[in-house]
Design a protein around this ligand. Sequence first.
Ligand SMILES: [Zn+2]
Length: 374
Amino acid sequence: MRYLLTLLLLFAGNIIFPQTPDVSPDNIMPVRGFCIAAPSPDNLERFIKFISEELAPRKVNTLILMVDYNYEYESHPELRNPSALSKKEIKKLVEVCRKNNIRIIPQVNLLGHQSWAENVGNLLKAYPEFDETPLVTFPEKYVWPNSDGLYCKSYCPLHPDVHKVVFEVVDEICDVFEADAFHAGMDEVFYIGEKQCPRCSGKDKAELFAGEVRKVRDHLAFKGRKLWIWGDRLIDGKTTGIGEWEGSYNNTYRAVDMIPKDVMICDWHYERPDQTPVYFAMKGLSVVTCPWRNPVSAVLQVRDMIKFRDYSTPEMKERFMGMVQTVWSGTGQFLDSFYGDTSNKETYTDAGCFKAMFGEIEIQIVKANESSQR
Ligand SMILES: [Zn+2]
C-alpha cells in the first residue's frame, strides 16, 4: 500500500512538475572517442589542426593516443623510438585538447604486442629477459600462420623486474599528458602462461591475465587514474563464434569475472555489430564499442549503444558508455585519406567509418532533442 501511494505521489509530481529529459550529448553518448597512433613529430601540426577543425566540431570528448615509445622518456631513454615526440610537442597536444574539452588517454601496450612481424619491440630489445617465449626466434620473413604460433611477443607478467620498468613508463606518460586515465592495450595476447616460461608454466591463463590487469589497475589507482583495456581477451571466442582475434581461444576469457569492475572495456568489433556490450555491462564492467573501417556496421553500433542505454535499468545504463572510432594506419596516412577524399562519402576505410560514426551520433543527438520538444 505504501508502495502504491509512493507511486501515485511520484506520478502526480511528474504531472505538476514534468521532468525535462536530459538530451545533452553527454547523456545521449557519454564517450565520443577517437583512437589513433600518436603522430610523428613531422605530422604534429597537421594533427593539431585536425583536432581543432574535425574532432572538436564533432563533439569528440575522448582521444586515445597510442604512444608506446614515441616519446622522449626521461626515466627510460633506452626505450625511446629514434624519432620521438618531445615534452614540448606533447604539451601542444595537451593544450589543444584542453581548449576543446577533449580528455586524452595515452596508450602503451602492456603484456602483449611486444613485437610486430619480424621486429622486436623496444621493451624486449632493451630487456630481453622479460620475454615470455625466449626460445621463439624471429623468422627472416614473417608469415601467419607459423609453426611457433608467433603473432606478437608478450612480456612475462611474473618476471620480478618487469613492473618497475613499465610502471615508470606508465607514470611518466600519464604525467606528461596530465592524464586521469591510461590505456594498457592488452589485446590479442596469444603468448601467456607458456610452457617455456619457468615462472608461468602450468599456471591458469585467466588468472595470469587477470593478475596483470589488477596489478596495472592498482598502480594507476594510487594516483587516482583509471585503466582502459581492449576487451577481446575477456570474450570466449569459440563458444560465441567470434573467433581467436576478437575473442580468446586460450582460456583467458574467465578473467572477466576476476578483474576489478572499474576497468573500462574497449569492445572492438570491426565487421559485425556483436552484442557483446551487454555481456560486459552484465558483468558490472563499463564498455565502449569500437569500430574501425566498416561504416555500415559502425552506424548500427551507434544505434545499438543508444538502444542499450534507452532500454536498460539505471544500473546497466551507466555502463554503456559510448563509441570510440579506432584507426590502425599511421596518423599521416589517416590524415591523407581523410582529407584526400573530398567526396565525403562513407567509404570502407577508417576515415569513411569515422565520418559515418560521428554523423550518426549527431543524428541521434538531434533526434533526441527534437523528440524532447514535442
Ligand atoms: Zn612468464
